[in-house]
Design a binder for this molecule. Structure first.
Ligand SMILES: [Zn+2]
Length: 104
């Protein structure tokens, strides 16, 4: 474990990813998720959307070792979801900071 640094996140095996995707599908049917969607709020930009326009996002992506657990799953808009996919984690946190810096 000496090699690990605070920035080291283990990669998941294809089997684990498959398992977590299946778990995500189960969560998507849950009342917990439906309740989350019904708020219509994107967890990243905080804007309000039609629940049908919100997507399920893994805060820590599955390929980075993230799990399909309630605290790693967020409802976000398609715009944020696609932005997040194309950004490096550092760029993404910079983007979030810029969103919340003019929150007052
Ligand atoms: Zn958003």
């Amino acid at each position: 474990m000496e090699k690990s640094s605070p920035f080291f996140i283990p990669e998941s095996s294809p089997e684990e990813i498959k398992k977590e995707k299946a778990a995500a599908r189960v969560l998507r049917q849950s009342s917990w998720w439906k309740k989350k969607l019904s708020t219509g709020l994107c967890c990243y930009c905080g804007r309000r959307f039609n629940p049908a326009d919100l997507t399920m996002d893994h805060i820590v992506p599955l390929v980075r070792g993230g799990k399909s657990t309630k605290n790693n799953i967020a409802a976000c808009c398609k715009e944020c979801n696609s932005k997040k996919k194309h950004m490096l984690p550092m760029e993404w946190s910079g983007y979030l900071d810029s969103l919340h810096s003019d929150d007052e």
